[in-house]
Every structure is written in structure tokens, then in C-alpha cells.
Design a protein around this ligand. Structure first.
Ligand SMILES: Cc1cc2nc3c(=O)[nH]c(=O)nc-3n(C[C@H](O)[C@H](O)[C@H](O)COP(=O)(O)OP(=O)(O)OC[C@H]3O[C@@H](n4cnc5c(N)ncnc54)[C@H](O)[C@@H]3O)c2cc1C
Ligand code: SF4
Length: 390
């Protein structure tokens, strides 16, 4: 490839797309490399979005429409060459490979951190064996960026609905969308127990926004792509960047190495869909390949540093299922419409529970009210036998 670019961006997920959006707006030219396929946007005419997503559990769950396909692109694992054959890992939809990255199949809950989340070490203290630190900046420094990101992505929510939320400089860009029936039922139960559920901020259009339609509550947000582009996935930032004429997006293009000269990254080596290797140079190289793939690419490129790949934190989720005497149609609506932050607050009760468990402290996460099990998946939870209720 001969064209010169100011920057190469590796990965087209929320990180890479935002970088492309911001840099092209500032007049830079960028080329984005994305190993996955393009299901989002017509690259010849970025005003046209693609409509390849549908409410189809088999297409996404069993046929791996968004990738990576565990059979075509198997993910394998071993600690060292001495271990011999690698172990086949299987389905890794949560390590995405598609234009738009994980933003395409994320369900789009977009809450902000609280003020005290930036000072966990000084407020709660260290934990042996864990890397608890304070941020070098505080919430007040980040608030304008949160407001800008919510505007760019398109977030629907209700300011003031969550009593534990941090301060905000203005309302959400859109009001909350329609609540799920299931979440209304469980939220009422939570309120009876003294908790404070609220309409969670979601990156889904509740009204037409940014030249994209309002969500029709089809219920296929999490693990699926939005069939009508109502979700605040990276389609919005990609479309803006491509429409400037200063961005080029290359799907099915795998970056295999960062090229370095005199201590500076000068370009990348990349492999196209036919397996041919090419070189692309640029003034800057931005790595936005995700929490697993960015360290992997750094290691593949020969970088060595104790921080590469360290402190990786996964999305730890505990699921609670309940069976009710009536059908809640729990998949209908955005995947999660209600959240609850009560357990994030380190109360005297939480401190006492931590002490009893021999821990320095416990800080919980947010609770999601919803039912993301779609009809086929839901049917798998039921025991065999005749249905006795309707
Ligand atoms: C089912 C699901 C639900 C989620 N729900 C939420 C939610 O409700 N709220 C929330 O905030 N987050 C949610 N997330 C997480 C969110 O999607 C991720 O945090 C986010 O996508 C990370 O963005 P990123 O740009 O850093 O990386 P990614 O989205 O992982 O994008 C990286 C991109 O780089 C590409 N890439 C990697 N290596 C290379 C290479 N060598 N060459 C070329 N391309 C490469 C990948 O194919 C990928 O497209 C969810 C994720 C999933 C999967
Ligand atoms: S529920 Fe709304 S945002 Fe989610 S996939 Fe369906 S239309 Fe899109």
C-alpha cells in the first residue's frame, strides 16, 4: 500500500473507532486495520449502513456470525512450547473479531464510575496480592469527557434516578427507553427490600438520534448486532470518521507485527484475507486491539515489559435465575433496562461482612435487572415434561 497516513489504528472496536473519529475531526488521516469481517457499514458509501443482523439465535450462537468462529479461527492455549499441543479453547464471542469490535454485541449499559472509584486505595486500603491503586486523575477531571462520550455514542438515561450516581454537568442526551416487563417486576421486588433500582443508562436510542432510528425493543442487544442500528455501537463513530474522507477501514486484515525504528513505532506488518503479508507505515501507531489482543501483539512484536498483559481484569458476573408462575417474556426489550447500585457502597454492614470473612474490605458491583435469555436458550433451562401453565 502506498498511501501515507498520519496514523495506523489497530482494531475498530469502541477504542479504535473513537480514536478514528477524534483524529479525523482534527484533520489527521488514519487507516484502521480490523481482523474481523465488516457487517456494519458500506465502505464505498459510508452513508449507507448494512442490514445483515437479525433476531436469530442459531445464526449468532451456533453459526458464529460475528466471529470468531471457533472452528474456522480456533483460539488455542499453552503456557510454553514445552507443554506440547495447544488446548482448543472453543467459543470466544466475548473476545470479538468484527468491524466495530465488542461494541457490536455489547448490550450497552453505560454507567459512569463514582467519585470514590478513583480513590479506592486511599479510601479502602490495599489488598495483598492485588494491584489496588488510586487513579492519577479524579472524577471531576473526567466528567466533561463522560458527557462528550455519552453525546457521541448516544446514551439514554434519567439524571437523578440513581441516588448513588456521581454528579453530572447535564442531562443524558436522550430519555430512558421503554422498561422491560421482567425488570419492572424484579425492580418492584427489590424496592420492597429497600434497594434503589433505576432506569439504567444504555447506549440505545430511545428516540431517533444521530440519523439512526429509535430502538424497537426487539430484545437482541447482548451477543447480537442491532438489526436497525439503534444501538450506540461504533457504527456512529466509524461513519463520522469515514465520511470525512480521511479514514480508510480495512476489514479482514490482521496486524501481525509492529515495526519499530530508533525506539519509535513506524508502521505495521499485516496479513490480508488471502494470507499475503504487507507493510504499512505511518507517523503514529495506535493499538486498540482489546485487552487480550493488544498485549498479545506487543509480545509478538518483541516488546518486553513487566506491565504488558499484567493486571488484566475480566468482567466478573454472578447470575441469579428465578422461576415465576407466569411468563415474563424476559428477552423482550433492551437486554437490561434497570440497574441497582446499592452494593457498590461500602457500608458499615459491608465492612462487618468483610471482617467476618477475613477480608480487608468488600466493594460490590452493580446489579442488572433483566432477562437476556432468548426463547431457545430459555427453553434449555426448563426441565423435561409437560408444560402445566401458560
Ligand atoms: C456480550 C457482551 C456484552 C457487553 N456488554 C457491555 C456493556 O453492557 N457495557 C459496556 O460498557 N461494555 C460491555 N461489553 C464490553 C465492551 O464491548 C468492551 O469493553 C469494548 O468493546 C472494548 O473496546 P475495545 O475497542 O478496547 O476493544 P474491542 O471491542 O475488543 O475491539 C478490538 C478490535 O480489534 C480487533 N483486533 C484485535 N487484534 C487485531 C489484530 N492483530 N489485527 C487487526 N485487528 C485486531 C478485534 O477484532 C476487535 O474488533 C460487552 C461485551 C460483550 C462481548
Ligand atoms: S433491543 Fe433495540 S437496541 Fe437492542 S438490538 Fe433490538 S432494536 Fe437494537
Amino acid at each position: 500500500m502506498t498511501r501515507d497516513f498520519d496514523a495506523i489504528i489497530v482494531g475498530s472496536g469502541p477504542g479504535g473507532s473513537t480514536a478514528a473519529d477524534v483524529l479525523t475531526a482534527a484533520g489527521w488521516s488514519v487507516v484502521m486495520f480490523e481482523r474481523g469481517r465488516n457487517r456494519l457499514i458500506n465502505l464505498e458509501n459510508p452513508n449507507e449502513l448494512l442490514y445483515e443482523f437479525s433476531n436469530d439465535e442459531i445464526k449468532f450462537w451456533s453459526r458464529h456470525f460475528l466471529g470468531p468462529d471457533p472452528w474456522l479461527e480456533p483460539r488455542t492455549f499453552r503456557r510454553s512450547a514445552e507443554e506440547g499441543d495447544r488446548i482448543h479453547i472453543g467459543e470466544v464471542n466475548n473476545l470479538p473479531a468484527t468491524v466495530g469490535g465488542g461494541g457490536v454485541h455489547a448490550d450497552g449499559k453505560l454507567p459512569r464510575f463514582r467519585e470514590d472509584d478513583f480513590r479506592v486505595l486511599s479510601e479502602l486500603g490495599p489488598i495483598e496480592g492485588a494491584s489496588v491503586v488510586d487513579w492519577p486523575i479524579g472524577y471531576d477531571d473526567l466528567e466533561p469527557a463522560y458527557a462528550e462520550a455519552e453525546r457521541l455514542v448516544g446514551v439514554a438515561g434519567e439524571a437523578g434516578a440513581n441516588p448513588f450516581a456521581p454528579w453530572r454537568s447535564g442531562p443524558y442526551p436522550m430519555p430512558p427507553g421503554a422498561p422491560m416487563y421482567c425488570a419492572v417486576v424484579t425492580s418492584a421486588a427489590a424496592e420492597r427490600l429497600g434497594y434503589h433500582p433505576y432506569p439504567g443508562p444504555t447506549g440505545c436510542n430511545s428516540v431517533p438520534y444521530d440519523d439512526r432510528p429509535a430502538c424497537n425493543n426487539c430484545g437482541f442487544c447482548g451477543y447480537f448486532g442491532c438489526p436497525i442500528h439503534a444501538k450506540g455501537d461504533p457504527v456512529a463513530s466509524l461513519r463520522r470518521a469515514l465520511l470525512t474522507g480521511r479514514a480508510e477501514l480495512r476489514p479482514e486484515s490482521f496486524v501481525s507485527k509492529i515495526l519499530v525504528s530508533n525506539g519509535r513505532a513506524t508502521g505495521v506488518e499485516w496479513i490480508d484475507a488471502d494470507g499475503e503479508t504487507h507493510v504499512q507505515t505511518a507517523g503514529h501507531v495506535i493499538l486498540a486491539a482489546g485487552a487480550m489482543e493488544t498485549p498479545r501483539l506487543l509480545l509478538l512484536s518483541g516488546y518486553e515489559h513487566e506491565m504488558i498483559g499484567a493486571n488484566l481484569m475480566f468482567h466478573f458476573q454472578t447470575l441469579t435465575f428465578g422461576q415465576l408462575p407466569m411468563r415474563l417474556h424476559a428477552h423482550k426489550g433492551r437486554s437490561v433496562t434497570h440497574l441497582q447500585d446499592d452494593h457498590i457502597i461500602v457500608t458499615p454492614e459491608a465492612r462487618a461482612a468483610a471482617k467476618e470473612a477475613g477480608l480487608p474490605w468488600i466493594k460490590g458491583g452493580l446489579v442488572e435487572h433483566g432477562g437476556a435469555a432468548h426463547p431457545m436458550l430459555e427453553s434449555k433451562y426448563y426441565p423435561w415434561g409437560r408444560c402445566t401453565r401458560t
